[in-house]
Ligand binder design. Structure first.
Ligand code: ADP
Length: 248
């Protein structure tokens, strides 16, 4: 069953075409990584999913329905969204950041408590951090809080824009493990933007490779690694995976 579908989508900013004729189908409970050079349209593609970006032509279908742009609040309640730099509310404690959406959705207190504690333990956040404020945490810990917040309502669909950017390699690797653990314990449809092919290969089973607003290749991780269809993909694999392949 398809969870997100782009049907011949084009998006322009002024006279610049950010995305051109994109058609893609993302299946339920899969993780898809969108990769490509800076400016290739990755964030624009992701923001089409929650209606932050509206196509100039073509359409986007999410969770079985074409997006209704007059009812975006409803759509966004079903989508977990995490962005680079975490986007945490600085004046709210860790606990408030994580539980805010559940409060707005009027969950009862016990349900909120048990869900938040479960998520904190899954991503490796000690419960004693609950009363801290974001500035009292390291970058990696803030990122974990961001993941908990996005997962709180157990959304069917999860979109992540460079969620692990700007972290040191060790923290990044630890968070990757926790991300994989979350995926295993609560399978979800995830679309992840990254400029790091190694991260994409580690976390996602499908890859979308974008260049200058077009899909250069879309397929399973194995298909792309084994049969890159284009010189850009070959170059990306060569430059980013060569040194990694030797050490793994
Ligand atoms: P990526 O995420 O791959 O770096 P983006 O989707 O952010 O790419 O941007 C694709 C292109 O569209 C870039 O050339 C960028 O400068 C342009 N762009 C993105 N957002 C806007 C905007 N709000 N206004 C004008 N141009 C934009």
């Amino acid at each position: 069953m398809s969870e997100v579908q782009f049907n011949n989508v084009t998006k322009r900013y002024g006279d610049h075409t950010a995305l051109s004729g994109i058609s893609l189908t993302i299946e339920k409970d899969t993780t898809t990584a969108v990769i490509g050079p800076s400016g290739s349209g990755k964030s624009t593609l992701l923001q089409l999913v929650n209606g932050l970006v509206i196509p100039d032509s073509g359409s986007v279908t999410v969770l079985g329905k074409p997006i209704d742009y007059s009812r975006l609040t409803e759509l966004r309640a079903q989508i977990g969204y995490a962005v680079q730099g975490t986007g945490l509310f600085p004046h709210m404690s860790v606990w408030k950041n994580i539980t805010l959406l559940a409060k707005i959705a009027r969950w009862d207190a016990d349900r909120i408590e048990s869900r938040a504690l479960l998520l904190m333990s899954t991503v490796g956040l000690p419960t004693r951090f609950r009363d801290r404020y974001p500035h009292e945490l390291s970058g990696g810990e803030q990122q974990r809080v961001g993941l908990c917040r996005a997962m709180m309502l157990n959304p069917r669909l999860f979109i992540l824009d460079e969620p692990f950017g700007a972290l040191d390699p060790i923290t990044r690797s630890a968070i990757h493990q926790e991300f994989l653990q979350l995926q295993a314990s609560e399978p979800r449809t995830m679309v992840l933007v990254t400029h790091d092919l190694r991260e994409a290969v580690k976390l996602a089973s499908y890859l979308v490779i974008l260049d200058e607003g077009r899909v250069v290749q879309y397929g399973s991780r194995e298909e792309i690694l084994n049969t890159p269809s284009d010189s850009l993909v070959v170059e990306l694999l060569r430059s980013q995976l060569d040194s990694w392949g030797k050490s793994h």
